[in-house]
Design a protein around this ligand. Structure first.
Ligand SMILES: C[S@@+](CC[C@H](N)C(=O)[O-])C[C@H]1O[C@@H](n2cnc3c(N)ncnc32)[C@H](O)[C@@H]1O
Length: 347
């Protein structure tokens, strides 16, 4: 099977806060069929063995009665795990390492912020437990510019949960005060080393927000960290209509790059059809490659080429999601024509 098409969902070996083997996850449909998830796009990850949850881990879940728990990854770091979605926020390498590879290096944030005259605007889609934002703040604190972070999430529960776990979630340790203010007021303004930071959070359903009038008041971004749950679990966050709206919120005069952990054909086709330029993103430790998109070619170092279109032709999972329902299908003739006409491939 081609890379980028493996529908299997394979996640991580992890440990609960009790130190018990917790989970190696496979999201499955009610039909018992494998579905695409965060591990959507590589060859099968060897030896995944369904869900294994230690008995003590389950007892602990019952007692705490909340939607999140901390899991320890095989490398010893800790990550937040969403019980309902059965997904770990930063699987395999952990929050700081994944955010550093995928967003700090992948979006070339240090160089781009250093070169920016005026405020750099960073959208953080899927605030979660703030691992991505706080890793960026750690990496850019020596820069003397100003940074505005606009975080989006439908719930602030993971962040509230993480506040009680700041010792194990090392990335949170220096940021507890900022996070408290953000949670209390929806906005925090502070100095991060030499950097002046404004951090705001927009709580609510992201697709609804982008479709509504309030989207007009959002500052156009220079970069976007896109970190929703996997398409199978969270389809409303991966539809073509959503990414068309997102593309429409970008300022053509403001170069903007976005990246996410997936390298699936479906995601790449979706971003191209939304009007973005799309390329291969760097490795994260969990993935050999990821995906980067942008509103200008110059921000894409390794653009997808016509050879990649051959893969799209062969793929059994290339048709973008038109609505918030996950399914896999070959690319339609209409979308194939649109894709071939995309300026990225038209000579
Ligand atoms: C993988 S977690 C993000 C982890 C986070 N970036 C971090 O660094 O900790 C995905 C997040 O997307 C949010 N999310 C899922 N669907 C959403 C929606 N429709 N609108 C807004 N946020 C959503 C979830 O609530 C969750 O916090």
């Amino acid at each position: 099977m081609d890379e980028g098409e493996d529908p299997r969902e394979c996640r991580l070996a992890a440990r609960t806060t009790m130190g018990m083997d917790a989970c190696r996850l496979e999201a499955r449909t009610t039909m018992g069929m494998d579905v695409m998830g965060r591990g959507d796009d590589g060859a099968a990850e060897g030896g995944s063995g369904g869900v294994e949850v230690g008995g003590d881990g389950l007892a602990e879940r019952g007692e705490r009665g909340d939607g999140y728990e901390l899991v320890q990854l095989a490398n010893g770091t800790w990550s937040v795990h969403a019980r309902r979605e059965r997904e770990t926020f930063h699987p395999v390498v952990g929050p700081a390492a994944e955010a550093e590879a995928l967003y700090v290096r992948g979006l070339r944030l240090v160089a781009r912020m250093a070169a920016k005259h005026g405020e750099f605007v960073l959208w953080d889609v899927g605030l979660g437990a703030a691992g991505n934002v706080l890793t960026v703040l750690e990496a850019t604190q020596e820069l003397s510019g100003s940074l505005r972070v606009v975080s989006f999430d439908r719930t602030l529960e993971p962040l509230r949960f993480a506040l009680g776990e700041e010792r194990r979630l090392g990335y949170l340790a220096r940021a507890v005060g900022w996070v408290r203010v953000l949670l209390d007021r929806g906005r925090a303004e502070f100095r991060n080393g030499r950097q002046a930071v404004v951090w705001e959070v927009r709580e609510g359903d992201f697709p609804t927000l982008l479709a509504g009038g309030a989207a007009g008041s959002l500052p156009a971004p220079d970069a976007i960290m896109y970190d929703a749950y996997s398409p199978a679990t969270n389809p409303e966050m991966w539809t073509l209509p959503l990414f068309r709206r997102l593309q429409g919120r970008l300022d053509p005069g403001r170069p903007c790059a976005l990246t996410t952990y997936s390298r699936s054909t479906l995601l790449r086709v979706t971003w191209l059809l939304a009007g973005l330029f799309v390329g291969v993103g760097g490795a994260t430790g969990e993935k050999e490659e990821t995906t980067i998109g942008a509103n200008c070619r110059e921000l894409i170092e390794r653009p997808l080429d016509r050879r990649w279109l051959g893969r799209v032709r062969r793929s059994t999972s290339a048709e973008p999601l038109g609505e918030a329902r996950y399914r896999q299908a070959r690319l339609s003739a209409m979308h194939w024509e649109q894709l071939e006409r995309h300026p990225q491939f038209a000579g």
